[in-house]
Each structure stands twice: as C-alpha cells, then as structure tokens.
Design a protein. Structure first.
Length: 348
C-alpha cells in the first residue's frame, strides 16, 4: 500500500477504532453473571450523554450493576490497555526495536517490589488501607525508573537507548532479587503477591479509574503531540538534527512520558504483559509504519484488546476468574515469537 493510500485510509481506521471501543465497552458491561441486553446497555450509556434522552428499559438494580459494578472495571481496562499499547508503540519508535515493551527500564520490577512490600507489611499486621496498594506500586515504579536513568546516564558517554536498556536489565534483576527475598521471608503473603503480579482488574468502584486517569491524560497528550517527532527520529539522529529536531531531548521526553504512563497503569492493574508488543504491531500491519497513525490507533485498539481479554478472564472459568495477565500471555506469546523470528530473518 502506498503512502498516499495509507494516509487516505487513516480516517477509516480511526473510525474503526472508535467503533471497536464502543462495541467492546457495551459487550464488557453486558456480559457477566447477570446478563444484560446489549442494546439496553448501549441505550443506558447513551442516556447519560448531554442532550440525549433515551429510555433504556433497565431496572434500577440493573442500572446500578452497569454504573457501579461493571462500567468502572471496563473503563479501567480501556485506560490501562490504551496506556500499555501507546507506551509500547512509543518505546518501539524511540529504540527503533520492534521487540521493545512498556516493561523496559525496570518499571515493572519496581512496581512489583513496591506492591510486594505493601502486601507483606499488611499481612504482618501493619495498618494499611487497601487504596494504598496502587500508590506503593507507583512509587516503586517511579523509583526504579529514576534509578535506571541514573545508572544509564554515564557522564563520559551520555545517555543513549542501548545504555538505558542495559541499565533497565540491571535494575530489573536487582529489584526482582529483592522482591524474591521479601516473598521468601513472608510466605503467608506469597499468594496475594502472585495474584497482583499476574495482573487483575477487580475494582471496588471508580477510585482506581480516578487514580490512573490524570497520568493517562498527561502521557497521551505528550506522546500524541510528539508523534511527528517520533517519525523523524526513525531516520537517524544526524538527519533529525538536520531537520531542526533535538533528537536527545525529544527521545527522553517521550521515554519519560511513556514510562510515567506505564507506571500508573501497572500500579492499578498489576503486571499485564504483551499488550505493548501485540497491539502496535497489528496497527503497523494495518495502517502503515507512520507513528502519526500507529500511536492514536494503538490507544483505541489497545483499550479494546484489554477489555476483550478481561471479558475472557471473567467468563472462561466462571464462576472463577483467570488473571488477565494469563489471558494476554496466551494471546501475546505466540505473536511475540512470530515477530522475533521475522525480525531475525530480516536481519540475516
């Protein structure tokens, strides 16, 4: 497909993404232990749009199920999926590596350590409110990110993507070792820790959505505003500088924004892998290599992907529930292997 054809197709893909988000939103709210008619759910959601008046026909109890139980979880899945996919596309562009993932730079290990410390402290009898868990995970993720940047910022050579990745590997190994030590010293809390590490979207209301929303908004705004610069970075630093861009500054603004958004998503949903690899690659195959298309479409299809994955997690073993990280791994691992083999063949 030519560049012109892909540019003309971009509005159609945006429309398809918006339609996918809407359909997944209705499906995610309608399906559950108590099934609700999808058309009535759609009417109930539309009825709360300003200047729209539709009688959904839902009973007060069913309406409460929609607004107080299911919709918060579905909206959280949309936000987390959009954030992980957007960060994945951003990382792949900055590092020029199709295998780059939002869990780089120690963010996941830092969040895991923060959550582990909180869960073990609570299990030991220390007073701690449930709402503090996302804060502890977020603090660990940001702390790990700062440590990675500190280690990767050797003055003699300055920061560069390869050095940052290596620093992230070192920080991940160190913090994972500390986390394992803490778990072994607190065996009673291991089950709770593993439940969080495998990813979960169980919510008690709108609190988690409100917690992550500001970070999602900031990250999305920064990355989408700079998506044209990400296209320029793909041609190389010398060429980018010749076009008037400051490559290092742009690269690290993008890295900081994507990492902040990843930390926020991990803090409320645990460790959910492969979204940041699978979704941007699918979007790239559909809409072309330009990040002007990849990033906004990753937001839409990333949210849709995680809502559907959460739907499978809730229904596959009902009345039980699978960790959502297990579902995304089943979908993402084969795709990751395929991408890795394709990349290796292209390199040869």
């Amino acid at each position: 497909m030519s560049t012109g054809a892909r540019s003309s197709a971009r509005p159609r893909w945006i429309a398809a993404g918006l339609l996918a988000v809407g359909a997944s939103l209705v499906l995610g709210v309608a399906v559950g232990p108590i099934s609700l008619p999808p058309l009535r759910v759609a009417a109930e959601l539309l009825d709360h749009i300003p200047f729209v008046d539709i009688d959904s026909g839902l009973t007060p109890t069913e309406a409460n199920i929609v607004w107080l139980v299911r919709l918060p979880r579905v909206v959280l899945a949309l936000l987390v999926g959009a954030m992980l996919a957007l960060a994945g596309g951003c990382y792949q562009g900055v590092f020029r590596n199709p295998l780059a993932d939002p869990m780089l730079l120690g963010v996941a290990s830092g969040a895991g350590l923060g959550a582990t410390l909180f869960i073990t402290a609570r299990a030991a009898g220390m007073p701690a409110a449930q709402g503090v868990l996302p804060i502890a995970a977020f603090a660990g993720a940001v702390g790990a990110l700062m440590l990675t940047y500190l280690i990767g910022g050797v003055k003699s050579g300055g920061r560069n993507p390869t050095r940052l990745i290596l620093a992230g590997v070192a920080v991940t190994s160190l913090l994972s070792a500390v986390q394992t030590y803490v778990q072994q010293r607190n065996a009673d809390a291991i089950r709770q820790v593993y439940s969080w590490l495998l990813g979960r979207l169980s919510v008690s209301g709108w609190e988690e959505v409100l917690t992550v929303l500001p970070y999602v908004a900031v990250t999305t705004a920064v990355v989408l505003v700079m998506r044209r610069e990400l296209d320029v970075l793909t041609v190389g630093d010398d060429e980018a500088a010749g076009l008037g861009l400051h490559p290092q500054r742009s690269r690290y603004i993008l890295l900081a924004a994507a990492s902040l958004g990843t930390a926020a998503a991990v803090s409320v949903a645990g460790l959910i892998g492969f979204v940041g690899i699978v979704v941007p690659h699918i979007v790239r195959l559909l809409a072309g290599p330009s990040y002007r298309s990849i990033l906004p479409l990753s937001v839409l299809f990333g949210g849709t992907f995680l809502v559907l994955a959460d739907l499978v997690a809730r229904t596959a073993v009902a009345p039980g529930e699978l960790p959502i990280g297990v579902v995304t791994a089943f979908a993402g691992a084969p795709f990751f292997i395929l991408v890795m083999r394709t990349t290796r063949q292209e390199a040869v």
